[in-house]
Design a binder for this molecule. Structure first.
Ligand code: 7TS
Length: 406
């Protein structure tokens, strides 16, 4: 049974008012709210368990280590990784993508190519540009059509023995478009020896993920977009690839032996987890996975898709409203502008006065905005706790903004 009121009751913040109106939180693609169960686990860690991990003989250190490793195994199951040591704790998707692009440096040379897409977040663009600067490799970008859909015939043209990396997101944060990553992975495997990187920042909160079925080499996501605290994230990498590549950060806990004559590295996952991790956050990420599992992936997806359909229908009733990616396969995001209203942030400010939180602007995806020749959009993004009544309030607010601004 999917009981939306029961789910909402687990999020204390949803009871608060903003500007004298009940909060309508529709900025979930930026970060989701956190259920009480996750906050309690986080709080419990600091009140009952706080100690550094993997380095203490004392009881608290051992208990904290056990809890964090239990969380790692929950996440392993969540993405169906073959081994728990293929699951690396990071502080988010940005760190994961920077880590991967850094450790691949020695594998690329002048003339090699990296393929990304027009739909990428800046954090799946800039790290690859930096890698190109370091190695002389070249970036190739899969274009989109006017619906925001990737033009995969370009991928066919781009793929060759020069392709060393293909890195794309599963879901676009700016438009909510679900990309055909299965097809992208199959084409890449068939036509190159490239490393395949999937940015799952906007898919892990909404879909069931199976990294073995996908057969990607890396899969990265952020905990804070899927009901866990900020400063948490996951890098999944295939065992043989992570074993072959060099470390990212050097420091404590990532060595086997350290001496001035030379240092050898610890095995996985510790080789990639130098320094004190975000222990409380990492344990709370396991609680966020429990929260999602309890509701069930199919229930989450069905509810969010119903919200998306309803939102698109209600918003498109408004004269002069354009939804970007209207005809594409999407999840959980409506990105739009009002004709004659130049600045999306004006709409966002009026919505905020009505308690409705959305994001406006370029959403860290300037190439998409350039493609549509706009400065930004208004973006409403949904989570499992959102309701149809909240979408009515959004539509009402947009109509009010249109009256005020035109
Ligand atoms: N990749 C995608 C697809 C994203 O949506 C984001 C964040 C990132 C990478 C970076 O994640 P971080 O957790 O390291 O910041 N996207 C957004 C957004 O849409 N609004 O705020 C952050």
């Amino acid at each position: 049974m999917f009981d939306i009121q029961e789910i909402r009751s687990q999020f204390s913040i949803l009871n608060r008012e903003v500007n004298g109106k009940p909060l309508v939180y529709l900025d979930n693609a930026a970060t989701s709210q956190k259920p009480n169960s996750v906050l309690e686990v986080w709080n419990e860690y600091y009140t009952e368990l706080n100690a550094n991990v993997h380095r203490g003989i004392h009881t608290l250190s051992q208990l904290a280590t056990e809890e964090m490793e239990l969380s790692r195994r929950k996440i392993q199951k969540f993405i169906n990784a073959k081994n728990d040591f293929e699951v690396i704790f990071t502080k988010g998707t940005t760190e994961g993508l920077n880590l991967i692009s850094y450790i691949l440096t020695s594998k690329l040379k002048q003339g090699d190519e990296i393929i990304i897409s027009y739909l990428e977040h800046h954090s799946n663009i800039v790290p690859w540009q930096l890698l190109c600067d370091r190695t002389g490799a070249k970036l190739r970008v899969i274009p989109i059509d006017e619906n925001g859909i990737l033009q995969l015939d370009y991928l066919d043209q781009f793929l060759s023995e020069k392709t060393k990396v293909v890195s794309v997101n599963q879901v676009s944060n700016a438009l909510g478009i679900v990309n055909p990553i299965e097809e992208i992975i199959a084409k890449t495997r068939a036509n190159s020896n490239a490393y395949i990187v999937i940015d799952g920042a906007q898919s892990a909160p909404h879909f069931s993920i199976d990294v073995q079925a996908l057969d990607c080499d890396f899969f990265v996501f952020s905990g804070h977009k899927m009901y866990a605290p900020m400063g948490t994230g996951i890098l999944y990498g295939k065992q043989e690839i992570l074993e072959d590549l060099p470390p990212f950060h050097g420091g404590g806990e990532m060595i086997a032996v350290c001496s001035f004559d030379g240092t050898t590295y610890a095995g996985l996952p510790f080789k990639y987890e130098a320094g004190t991790p975000n222990v409380g956050g990492n344990i709370a990420l396991g609680a966020a996975v429990d929260f999602m599992n309890k509701i069930g992936h199919q229930n989450i997806q069905n509810h969010e898709n119903a919200l998306l359909d309803y939102a698109q229908k209600q918003l498109l009733k408004i004269d002069g409203l354009k939804v970007y990616g209207e005809n594409a396969n999407r999840t959980g995001v409506v990105s739009f502008n009002l004709e004659g209203v130049g600045i999306s942030s004006d709409v966002g400010m009026i919505l905020d006065k009505m308690g409705v939180a959305v994001r406006t602007g370029h959403h860290c995806t300037q190439p998409i905005m350039d493609f549509f020749n706009i400065a930004g959009t208004v973006r409403a993004s949904f989570a499992v706790y959102n309701t149809f009544e909240e979408i009515d309030l959004l539509a009402e607010g947009v109509k009010k903004a249109q009256r005020m601004l035109s």
